[in-house]
Design a binder for this molecule. Structure first.
Ligand code: SF4
Length: 87
């Protein structure tokens, strides 16, 4: 069993349409690419940030944002959407 080390965001790039709510509401966790699609910053969400992180994920109109245990996904490449898309 892997020890929990926090959460990371994953964006389902097949679903994201670039509303921009993620990087507007959570600029510490998200950025955008040149076309306005959300990208995930290389940041692990701490215990004290989970409620806000869940609120930001829920604010995506497309349901494209997923919160997963950090130990289950690789850190996203800088400026790129996360490559890991569970489900
Ligand atoms: S809020 Fe959702 S649809 Fe909009 S850019 Fe972020 S992930 Fe994509």
């Amino acid at each position: 069993m892997t020890e929990s080390t926090g959460l990371r965001f994953v964006i389902d790039t097949d679903v994201c349409v670039g509303h921009g709510r993620c990087y507007t509401l959570g600029p510490q966790w998200f950025d955008c690419d040149d076309l306005g699609y959300g990208t995930v910053r290389d940041v692990v969400i701490g215990e004290g940030e989970r409620a806000k992180a869940a609120d930001v994920a829920a604010a995506c109109p497309e349901g494209a944002i997923i919160l997963v245990e950090a130990s289950l996904v690789e850190a996203p490449a800088t400026g790129e959407p996360s490559p890991a898309q569970p489900g």
